[in-house]
Design a protein around this ligand. Structure first.
Ligand SMILES: *[C@@H]1O[C@H](CO)[C@@H](O)[C@H](O)[C@H]1NC(C)=O
Ligand SMILES: *[C@@H]1O[C@H](CO)[C@@H](O)[C@H](O)[C@H]1NC(C)=O
Ligand SMILES: *[C@@H]1O[C@H](CO)[C@@H](O)[C@H](O)[C@H]1NC(C)=O
Length: 349
């Protein structure tokens, strides 16, 4: 698998150097002894695996291929692709939402996706990485989820070589810059609880892990903030989460794929991740601050200025968000288009 070397020649390389130098100084000054999170290792009974991370932070997005795409369809008929372009614009270019301290935006693209889409995403400023499918034997009933298990490759540090990564679904719109999410208190590495291992987890897990996400509200009609003080919602939504790529973690997920009876209820990667990071298990997930994200965003979340709005603005039936949220995201899509027309005369098709 080719590493995303395009990044090295990108216009963010200078900034990245500055950030890594800054981060290194920060580590030297703040941590005593220096933390060794950059070289996660397996338990002693297994050979050590050292990971060379290319940088401290990144944002990663998985772009599935469009099922039933016909040759005559335009790229713009693929709502996830247009949304991915929109979020890249919002993260890297939009004056109102771009990262104040830019980090690489890595897009994993299924091998089935069109080259024209990959090229445009590169031109938009993203690092595009092509990935092979992840093999599995599960029955996936919803068409648009066909290759969501391929999303698991985001957890492979050979594919996404950064220490702390924000995974975002492509269909998310920003209301303001999100730099501070990398400092959210629940996104720091935690020790894996090796005594909570059960079958089939008797295998090397990372010594430390990050898994911070937001609970499923499962109510379209909820208030903002959705606090869930009694932790009634024990499952998280996998549309937005912070994690640390790790060989052990990736191998662990692949192992879980062979044991779907442990967790599978029809919601592909989300079921698997929720099992791997269940409360009471070895690597329990923790909550992100409520102001970042909640699935099925409604008018309350929008008025409350929640940072990330998950909405399929092109598909009302599956959007599960309120009209105001859909309209907001739809306007961002055209703001993106206008930006590229103004900047380089590029009109999408
Ligand atoms: C680790 O897991 C064990 C077994 O489930 C549990 O009793 C213990 O409280 C856990 N330790 C921590 C620090 O959560
Ligand atoms: C809910 O979970 C959070 C974080 O896991 C914990 O701090 C809090 O005490 C829990 N609340 C209850 C009522 O168990
Ligand atoms: C799928 O099933 C085949 C045949 O039983 C088996 O060889 C393969 O390992 C399975 N793959 C996974 C990921 O479970």
């Amino acid at each position: 698998m080719a590493p995303p070397l395009g990044f090295l020649s990108s216009k963010y390389f200078g900034l990245y150097c500055l950030l890594s130098i800054g981060f290194t100084i920060y580590l030297l000054v703040v941590s005593s002894p220096p933390i060794t999170f950059g070289t996660l290792s397996t338990a002693d009974r297994h050979p050590k695996q050292h990971i060379q991370y290319r940088g401290p932070y990144a944002i990663a997005i998985f772009l599935a291929s469009k099922s039933n795409e016909r040759p005559e369809d335009s790229d713009n008929d693929d709502g996830y692709y247009v949304s991915a372009r929109t979020i890249v614009y919002q993260l890297l270019h939009s004056p109102s939402t771009k990262l104040r301290n830019p980090v690489p935006v890595v897009i994993l693209v299924s091998q089935h996706a069109r080259e024209s889409k990959r090229q445009r995403l590169r031109d938009d400023g993203a690092i595009v990485v092509n990935v092979d499918d992840v093999a599995h034997n599960m029955t996936i009933t919803i068409d648009r989820w066909t290759d969501t298990f391929t999303k698991l490759r985001l957890f492979d540090p050979n594919v996404v070589p950064y220490e702390k990564v924000l995974l975002m679904d492509a269909d998310i719109a920003l209301t303001h810059p999100i730099d501070a999410i990398f400092q959210d208190s629940n996104t720091d590495p935690r020790e894996t609880n090796q005594t909570a291992l059960t079958e089939p987890e008797r295998e090397p897990l990372p010594e430390k892990y990050i898994m911070a996400a937001s609970p499923e509200s499962l109510q379209r009609d909820h208030s903002y903030p959705f606090l869930d003080p009694d932790n009634l919602s024990t499952r998280f939504n996998s549309g937005l989460l912070m994690y640390s790529p790790s060989t052990e973690l990736f191998q662990h997920y692949l192992k879980l794929l062979e044991n779907p009876d442990l967790y599978y209820t029809g919601g592909p990667d989300q079921d698997l991740l929720n099992y791997a990071h269940r409360w009471g298990g070895p690597m329990p997930w923790r909550r992100l601050h409520y102001s970042w994200y909640l699935n099925w965003p409604n008018d309350n979340d929008f008025k409350g200025n929640m940072a990330m709005l998950h909405t399929k603005w092109w598909d009302h039936e599956f959007s599960y968000s309120s009209d105001s949220v859909e309209k907001f995201a739809f306007a961002r899509r055209w703001e993106m288009e206008g930006y590229w027309i103004g900047k380089e005369g590029y009109i999408s098709h």
